[in-house]
Write a protein that binds this ligand. Structure first.
Ligand code: ADP
Length: 503
């Protein structure tokens, strides 16, 4: 098959039907066009062709959606539904996601460009798992009773307890790298806590979340509990952050936009949680099992085309194994089969958009100007689609943009270190980010002592990119505020009320 023919793989009937009807957003339980009547195109990144048009939501639509979420929160059936029923409904959403696994994986691959095999094995099942896991919390979170010792009212007895109440109407803004999974990460805990939501999906990849909207309706989610807005960040996203009817914003995306959100939310002091960028160090010690560490280091950066906030993009390798490791990672990179996501043989798809492709290539150019050398890759692939070759850069050091800044593409910078001492820890921690880190070693005590000293919200030892609905994920430093998933995320969606009665 020629590259062009490969890219025009036929779509299944359910996906064809779905994208044929996509001009509407979910507001108050109805699928409605934008108030302005405007739409915008969604592109297939493997070909650059338009897939379909979606509604261009803006301030007016966000306002409608927030009002719907407010109504559902204040007077709809959601807040008064039994917790057991809420949990079962959420579990049903997870079940339905799995029932539609093939369709959702295809849609995700078409829209985002990721290999369909990955969407099938990771994005869709993990999304279902979030709903399944979070459904359990509905019945398991509660306040506590607290014995008081009020010194200034001697002899008086009190009974005090706390209630965990939903924070209210939540605005959630998500990126394009894991469109369905990011929707699940956000919606799962908010719903489990009893909040109602306005979800603003990424303009590049709105399709799977819209399909999730239909699935949530099928599961029986009451009208207005989840409203889904398609539109751009500067208009729809900013309107959501600025809306006085929103109690809390949960954002995943770039650190740059995270800063804008914090500033905008300062007006009415909305609660904010942020999951932002990263530049994760991945440390290979000389005693590591290189048969695991080399493919592990390759997958740490190349998984999802490097479009992961936690990508292991700074590879630090102990000097005596440096050549072997970087050559091994380069060898892995050369073997990766680039192609359209919908081709089952594809191992790496295109970047999500032309802008992203240009951004990654801009970083490569700056790296070469600064003296970096590509052991493999180093450029975009000619022809249709937004492909970038998996790239291993050496002759890199702190101070170069390719080492310091988040590229969000399949580019790893490799640097040798002399021994796992303070200098290595300083280098690894020398970043404005602190999302994740990797360590590869057979020495358990070195592994744990390095793990303790890394300023990162997640440390993987002899593995990388291991996620679980039960495991909190989030960043130190400018990688964010708060944690996603696990029990930890629930605190963002609840207010604690202390109630005291004099007996
Ligand atoms: P990227 O640069 O990787 O696309 P962004 O941080 O720009 O990441 O986008 C992540 C999400 O934030 C998207 O849904 C986008 O529409 C939204 N967004 C972008 N700018 C703003 C903004 N000023 N206010 C609110 N949301 C925004």
């Amino acid at each position: 098959m020629s590259a062009a023919a490969e890219q025009m793989l036929p779509l299944s009937k359910p996906v064809g039907r779905f994208i044929g009807e996509r001009k509407k957003m979910l507001i108050a339980g109805k699928w409605v066009p934008a108030e302005s009547g405007k739409t915008f195109p969604v592109y297939n990144p493997a070909t650059g062709e338009e897939i379909c048009q979606v509604a261009e939501g803006d301030k007016a639509d966000v306002d409608k959606a927030v009002k719907a979420a407010r109504k559902a929160f204040e007077s709809g059936p959601w807040p008064t539904m039994s917790l057991s029923k809420r949990g079962r409904l959420m579990h049903r959403i997870g079940d339905l996601i799995l029932e539609h696994l093939d369709e959702l994986a295809e849609l995700e691959s078409l829209d985002n460009g990721k290999p369909i095999s990955v969407a099938r094995a990771a994005d869709v099942p993990l999304s279902a798992d979030i709903f399944h896991y979070m459904s359990g919390w509905c019945t398991k979170r509660h306040g506590v009773t607290i014995p008081l010792n009020v010194l200034y009212t001697p002899g008086v007895e009190y009974h005090s307890y706390t209630r965990l109440e939903p924070v209210g109407v939540v605005g959630q803004i998500i990126p394009w790298n894991f469109p369905l999974l990011m929707a699940a990460w956000k919606l799962g805990p908010a719903l489990a806590c009893g909040c109602t939501v306005v979800l603003k999906v990424a303009e590049e990849t709105p399709l799977s979340a819209l399909r999730l909207g239909e699935i949530m309706q099928e599961a029986g989610l009451p009208d207005g509990v989840v409203n889904i807005i398609t539109g751009f960040g500067e208009t729809a996203g900013a309107a959501l952050v600025g809306h006085p009817g929103v109690d809390k914003i949960a954002f995943t995306g770039s650190t740059e936009v995270g800063r804008l959100i914090v500033k905008a939310a300062a007006n009415d002091l909305k609660k904010v949680s942020l999951e932002l960028g990263g530049k994760s160090p991945n440390i290979v010690l000389a005693d590591a099992d290189l048969d695991i560490a080399i493919p592990g280091a390759a997958s740490a950066i190349f998984f999802n085309h490097g479009q992961c906030c936690c990508a292991g993009s700074r590879l630090y390798v102990e000097q005596q194994v440096f050549d072997k490791v970087v050559e091994g990672v380069s060898e892995q990179a050369r073997k990766i089969k680039l192609g359209p996501g919908l081709d089952p043989k594809t191992e790496m798809g295109p970047m999500v958009s032309e802008i992203q492709q240009q951004r990654v290539c801009g970083y490569l150019d700056s790296g070469f100007k600064d003296g970096a050398k590509a052991l493999t890759g180093g450029k975009k692939r000619d022809g249709r689609g937004y492909f970038v070759e998996p790239t291993v850069l050496v002759n890199t050091r702190a101070g170069m943009k390719v080492v310091d800044e988040e590229i969000f593409g399949p580019v790893v910078t490799a640097m040798p270190f002399k021994s796992p001492d303070d200098e290595l820890i300083n280098q690894a921690n020398n970043s404005i980010y602190g999302l994740a880190a990797g360590i590869w070693t057979r020495d358990v005590s070195k592994a744990h002592s390095i793990a303790a000293r890394l300023k990162a919200g997640t440390v993987w030892i002899n593995c990388f990119n291991i996620f679980d609905a039960a495991l909190p994920f989030g960043g130190y430093k400018q990688s964010g505020w708060g944690r996603e998933m696990g029990e930890a995320v629930l605190e963002h969606y609840t207010e604690t009320k202390a109630v005291t009665i004099r007996l």
